[in-house]
Design a protein around this ligand. Structure first.
Ligand SMILES: Cc1cc2nc3c(=O)[nH]c(=O)nc-3n(C[C@H](O)[C@H](O)[C@H](O)COP(=O)(O)O)c2cc1C
Length: 325
């Protein structure tokens, strides 16, 4: 897929997920072949006013490139300055959040609020476009009512402002994550534009991704929730697209993923933060595996990298002993 000057290796995209798509998780997706990884949404205000916590979210590594960094905000000069900071940090794409419908975000006129304020959307996109030379994308929802009219309106406006690609999560702002994503809105946006359109919503298995490509004509497929405990879904999507059977990750691949995730988290976030994260996050990877309950209980108290490594090793031994019996 080509997004302005950035050419990705394939059609797969890791969705921005607040609190989840940090550098260690993006590296896992990348190892599984993901074509484009996205940061979680980052506050433009926080970046411009130099909040340490916010600036840390820009941490990146060469192996994950190309990287798209998502900003949220509503003040055009601040969005422009934040986009400049993102570009200077070495990111490859700046994405703007037009989809978040969490109360706090809407109150500040950001996220989905921008979908009902085309003049403000236009001022933001114009300012950001002028501020950066790297590709600019936006991620939208259907809008505020189910027809998807606002999605087409905002998508056309964005294309006119020089946006290089648009990701569409076709649920309304009021819908949250309820109901089904209406993929026909992805088709409508695709038909209305010449720039690439990335479809998103309810892809839970490789076959869904192929169906989304075929049904909507979209150029890329973005996966969020299904990639959380299973970044290998990207390898499956690529296998399926090449006519190979999309194998599910086996037990040893899951153990390898957990180990890599732990090591990258310690390396990039420090042992203390990484261990706190591992207490809940290692559980994602063992869903449906044998003895998972016991493992989940044990990881709740992880306090050091060594302890986490030992627990993963012991768990691997327990499931392989089980298969040998
Ligand atoms: C925990 C969580 C955090 C999310 N954070 C963001 C975010 O930071 N920015 C964004 O544009 N969308 C965010 N989303 C929406 C996802 O990117 C995606 O559009 C949505 O989950 C639908 O895709 P899926 O069915 O593949 O999960 C988030 C969703 C979830 C579940």
């Amino acid at each position: 897929m080509k997004i302005g000057s950035v050419k990705t290796d394939n059609f797969t995209v890791l969705a921005p997920l607040a609190g989840i798509t940090n550098l260690p998780l993006r590296l896992l997706a990348k190892k599984a072949g993901c074509g484009l990884v996205c940061s979680e949404m980052i506050s433009a205000n926080g970046l411009v006013y130099g909040s340490d916590k916010t600036v840390q979210l820009l941490a990146s590594a060469p192996e994950e490139k190309p990287l798209s960094v998502q900003l949220f905000g509503s003040n055009p000069p601040i969005m422009a300055e934040a986009a400049r900071i993102v570009q200077d940090s070495g990111a490859d794409v700046v994405d703007i959040n037009f989809g978040c419908s969490v109360k706090k975000i809407l109150k500040s006129n950001s996220g989905s609020a921008l979908m009902k304020d085309p003049p403000l959307a236009c001022r933001i996109l114009d300012s950001v476009r002028k501020a950066i030379s790297i590709p600019l994308t936006i991620k939208i929802r259907s809008g505020w009512e189910p027809s998807g009219k606002q999605a087409i309106e905002i998508a056309r406006l964005a294309e006119g402002c020089g946006v290089d690609a648009i990701a569409v999560h076709p649920r309304t702002a009021t819908q949250g994550f309820r109901g089904e994503a209406n993929w026909s809105i992805i088709s409508s946006v695709k038909r209305a534009l010449t720039i690439p359109v990335i479809g998103n919503g309810d892809v839970t298995a490789p076959a869904d991704a192929l169906r989304m490509l075929a049904e909507t004509g979209c150029d890329g497929v973005m996966v969020g929730r299904a990639a959380i405990g299973n970044p290998m879904i990207f390898a499956g999507m690529l296998a399926a697209a090449n006519g190979r059977p999309p194998a599910l990750p086996n037990d040893s691949q899951r153990i390898l993923m957990m180990t890599a995730y732990l090591q990258d988290s310690v390396r990039y976030l420090g042992e203390k933060v990484a261990c706190r994260m591992m207490r809940s996050r290692l559980c994602w990877f063992v869903k449906g595996m044998r003895n998972a309950g016991q493992f989940r209980n044990a990881v709740r108290y992880i306090a050091s990298e060594k302890e986490a490594t030992d627990l993963i090793r012991q768990y691997a031994e327990s499931i392989s002993a089980w298969s040998e019996n």
